[in-house]
Design a protein around this ligand. Structure first.
Ligand code: PRE
Length: 120
């Protein structure tokens, strides 16, 4: 539902409603900025991991490195705790990204990665 009026199109907005809507709009602008930054950061990360995928494929290295992942998870869980973010969420998020990266590495190694892409 759009936020023109929380009570419906015909109901007048009180100044409290307007204040709440203005505050929500401002907070949403910051959320949108953060979401944009996350997309840019992920795009950069996938550019680097794509290079790793080519390097590993050329050297005949396995796509995944469980020891490296163990260290990354330990580090991110610690950072999450310090930042008051749920460490379980941080771990799940990293695992989600790394799973996708491994999938890309495998496709690079077997020659089925679409050309010029860091895309799924
Ligand atoms: O560092 C590597 O060896 C990578 O392939 C990158 C990466 C990652 O996305 O951070 C992905 C897969 C590995 O299992 C570990 C780490």
């Amino acid at each position: 539902m759009a936020l023109d009026s929380p009570l419906g199109a015909d109901s007048p907005l009180s100044s409290t409603d307007r204040d709440a809507i203005d505050e929500l709009t401002g907070i949403r602008q910051s959320i949108d900025n953060i979401d944009a930054a996350l997309v840019h950061l992920l795009a950069e990360r996938f550019k680097f991991t794509q290079s790793v995928g080519h390097l590993k494929a050329a050297a005949g290295m396995p796509a995944s490195d469980p020891e490296r992942e163990r260290v990354q998870i330990q580090r991110l869980r610690q950072l999450a705790e310090e930042s008051r973010l749920d460490p379980a969420f941080a771990e799940k998020f990293l695992n989600f990204i790394v799973g996708e990266v491994i999938h890309h590495h495998e496709r690079i190694a077997n020659g089925t990665e679409p050309s010029g892409s860091g895309r799924a």
